[in-house]
Write a protein that binds this ligand. Structure first.
Ligand SMILES: NC(=O)c1ccc[n+]([C@@H]2O[C@H](COP(=O)([O-])OP(=O)(O)OC[C@H]3O[C@@H](n4cnc5c(N)ncnc54)[C@H](OP(=O)(O)O)[C@@H]3O)[C@@H](O)[C@H]2O)c1
Length: 292
């Protein structure tokens, strides 16, 4: 068996067209602002990719840079000020933050209408409550978009194992897939670093989502033949003198799975497209919904 590749490009392209149509029809220029503390090279290249994606859709971007030595109070003030700025529609904070700064406390100062990353306690609570009026974390929503893109991938009634329980991916995604909503209704097991017998959990699943951050961790012996495998992991690697990405899924899983997302070119590109949709939705409330 050779798995059918679930490429992110067609899903991302459909989302991009919707966003451009809404922005043009409403004659708005949405703006996404990112708060960056200190030198954060990983955030820098991520933000460069967001700038590029935003400009293709007519979305402006801004970087609000703060010194590494910023105190929690000063950072809170900056978040509140940016949250009040009417010309900013989407507001994000780049992590990690310097030691001693309480991440969730700072994140929760983002007004929910501008929380395009879906990481405030209010947005996460809304995901758990099955309310689609708030924004879900973009990566979790991207996995749902990929599964919704083909009826053969519908999670309804299937067993799903999500490996990873972060607030960015694993936990909101587990809630979204169990929700009594279209695209949900699955029976979900959430695994983490303390889970025993991980392979037993992944092998029994019709759908496996890997969101761990361990390169090539999911091997063919851990996958049920014909399963749908979604790889969220990203690991920069240098190959033949060029930088590329590997995932959490070993490439040999292709020989066992029925469907599989590639890395790069799978979840990542859809995540960016979902985030841009969230920014457009924030700039056009009532016209466009967030992606989940
Ligand atoms: N493609 C995208 O758009 C996108 C977006 C976000 C993240 N990512 C990538 O996705 C991966 C995960 O990101 P994240 O932010 O969710 O990471 P994270 O916050 O570090 O969470 C990793 C999760 O994996 C679990 N884990 C670690 N080792 C494990 C093991 N041996 N067995 C089972 N579970 C284990 C951890 O368990 P504990 O909770 O017990 O520690 C944790 O829940 C990373 O590679 C990241 O780069 C990609």
């Amino acid at each position: 068996m050779s798995a059918e590749m679930l490429r992110g490009a067609p899903v991302a392209s459909a989302l991009r067209k919707q966003v451009i149509a809404v922005i043009e029809a409403n004659k708005v220029q949405p703006c996404l602002a990112n708060i960056v503390v200190g030198e954060n090279p990983a955030a820098g290249s991520y933000l460069d990719s967001l700038d590029k994606a935003a400009s293709k859709r007519g979305i402006a971007t801004r970087r609000l840079k703060l010194d590494e030595a910023v105190t929690q109070d000063e950072l809170c003030e900056a978040v509140v000020e940016a949250g009040r700025n009417q010309s900013i529609h989407g507001l994000m904070i780049q992590f990690p933050l310097p030691q001693g700064i309480e991440r969730q406390h700072v994140t929760d100062l983002i007004p929910s209408a501008r929380d395009v990353d879906g990481l405030t306690t209010e947005s996460l609570g809304a995901v758990l409550a099955g309310s689609q009026r708030h924004t879900a974390p973009a990566t979790a929503a991207a996995v749902c978009e990929i599964l919704a893109s083909d009826e053969r991938l519908d999670p309804c009634g299937r067993t799903v194992t999500v490996v990873g329980r972060s607030l960015v991916v694993g936990r909101p995604l587990s809630a979204m897939l169990t929700a009594s909503l279209p695209g949900g209704n699955a029976t979900v097991t959430t695994c983490h670093s303390r889970s025993q017998n991980l392979a037993e959990h992944t092998r029994q699943a019709d759908i496996v989502v890997m969101a761990v951050g361990r390169r090539h961790m999911l091997t063919p012996d851990m996958v049920k033949p014909g399963a749908i495998v979604i790889d969220v992991g990203t690991h920069p690697v240098e190959r033949d003198g060029k930088w590329t990405l590997d995932g959490d899924v070993h490439p040999d899983v292709e020989g066992v799975a029925g469907f599989m997302t590639p890395v790069p070119g799978g979840v990542g590109i859809v995540t960016t497209a979902v985030l841009m949709r969230h920014v457009a939705a924030a700039a056009c409330p009532g016209v466009m919904k967030p992606a989940w």
